[in-house]
Design a protein around this ligand. Sequence first.
Ligand code: FES
Length: 84
Amino acid sequence: MIKKEVVICLGSSCFARGNKQLVRIVNDYLRDRNLLNEVRFHGERCFGECAAGPSLKLDGILKERQDEDSVIAILDAFFITIGK
Ligand code: FES
């Protein structure tokens, strides 16, 4: 089975502007829905789009200007495709 991929920007700008908290939120989301084995969740350095951060990538698609509320919504939409 091909895993879905969630990449969070750990560059200094995104990290300072909210991704520090979003790492925990995404990890809790995946754990609470038993998705940790179906998803490759990891961090990368700056995506090169700092002005639009904090950012994540869902299967390579950049999601900009995320916060604690919007990240739940984009994860819900992303994972609906696998029925979880
Ligand atoms: S620090 Fe996240 S895009 Fe640059």
